[in-house]
Ligand binder design. Structure first.
Ligand SMILES: [Zn+2]
Ligand SMILES: [Zn+2]
Length: 343
């Protein structure tokens, strides 16, 4: 009986292999067609009056397989704006299947590497995969120097590809992007950097000493206001930007957790890590202070990003926000890569 079953299974297996073998060209063609027909999802950028926000990276300088570094994508009025491009951002955007070659503009908050590690990849990939015009990348003074550096590093790649591909040679300038540097009028903490088709974006100075300037951005569309904090401590200077926002995408630092971790690091001989932890506390947004500020500023929905330390599961996410809801009465969300918020 047992032998009969084994024989039957074997026969089926051989039959299946034979079937695949005989149809291998047809199957290969099917796979190729499926691959060629895969298109980016245009629904994210649909011009339907809504604002869509994709958290394409909720990470920090920590290099992680679980999440990308800083990255927030906003779609409004049929246009997409990307705020920061940390490591893993391009892969994350690809995973969400958004059409990255159609980005309207990229905004960088500051030049800590976790906010622009993947910028060169984005510019290069946009060029190779069909972008028609140089990608505009706007940020603090220093933006031009960063793009000049990338241009030097990618000169060989650009040369090889342009020699081989006439369509890339025809738009060589796209390979290097276009830098726009933001300067603030004397005594002002806010300046308009984008104003087109009913969408405005203001750059605002935030508090992330010794990084100067460090910027946040305020986007307005159809009466809705969004604040993207970049890296900042909780500071009264940010209140104007946060006031009455429908959505604040804000960096968050669970100081209470880090403070508990520091003595344990020391006990385990991780003195360098303990020192780093001590030094990062003052220039990030303590989540309890943030809850207070968001409540005072009338923020309707607060979404936490740039999460330190990373809360990787339901339990740690609860611990991360412990005490915040007692203070902040709006809608509170712990961000995760891939999350989409629609306003
Ligand atoms: Zn950062
Ligand atoms: Zn930073």
């Amino acid at each position: 009986m047992k032998r009969k079953i084994t024989f039957a299974v074997l026969t089926l297996l051989v039959g299946a292999i034979l079937l695949v073998f005989l149809n291998r060209d047809r199957l290969l063609d099917m796979a190729i067609r499926e691959r060629l027909q895969r298109k980016p999802d245009m629904s994210f950028v649909a011009d339907d009056g809504h604002i869509r926000v994709l958290l394409c990276g909720t990470g920090t300088p920590e290099v992680s397989t679980a999440r990308a570094q800083a990255c927030t994508l906003v779609a409004a009025g049929g246009k997409m704006f990307l705020f920061d491009v940390g490591d893993g951002a391009v892969r994350s955007l690809e995973k969400s299947n958004v059409p990255i070659t159609l980005l309207e503009r990229v905004f960088i908050t500051h030049f800590h590497s976790d906010h622009f590690n993947d910028l060169a990849t984005l510019i290069n990939a946009s060029w190779i995969w069909g972008r028609e015009t140089p990608l505009e990348v706007e940020g603090p003074v220093g933006m031009q120097a960063v793009l000049n550096g990338f241009a030097k590093s990618y000169a060989l790649d650009e040369g090889y590809r342009s020699t081989n591909m006439p369509h890339l040679a025809a738009r060589r300038d796209v390979a290097f992007g276009k830098a726009l540097e933001i300067s603030f009028p004397e005594g002002k903490r806010s300046t308009r950097v984008y104003d087109k088709d009913g969408i405005t974006i203001d750059a605002v100075l935030v508090a992330h000493d010794p990084v100067k300037p460090a910027l946040g951005y305020v986007l307005r569309y159809r009466g809705k206001k969004i604040f993207i904090s970049g890296d900042t401590e909780v500071s009264p200077a940010n209140i104007a930007a946060m006031r009455g926002t429908d959505l604040a995408i804000h960096e968050a630092y669970a100081t209470h957790v880090v403070r508990r971790a520091i003595p344990q690091m020391k006990k385990l001989g991780m003195t360098a890590d303990a020192e780093v932890a001590e030094r990062t506390i003052p220039y990030h947004a303590d989540n309890i202070a943030l809850a207070r500020q968001a409540e005072a500023a009338g923020v309707k929905r607060l979404v936490l990003t740039h999460l330190t330390p990373y809360p990787g599961n339901f339990v740690t996410r609860r611990l991360f926000v412990q005490g915040m809801s007692d203070i902040y009465k709006g809608e509170l969300t712990v961000g995760q890569d891939g999350m989409i918020i629609i306003l």
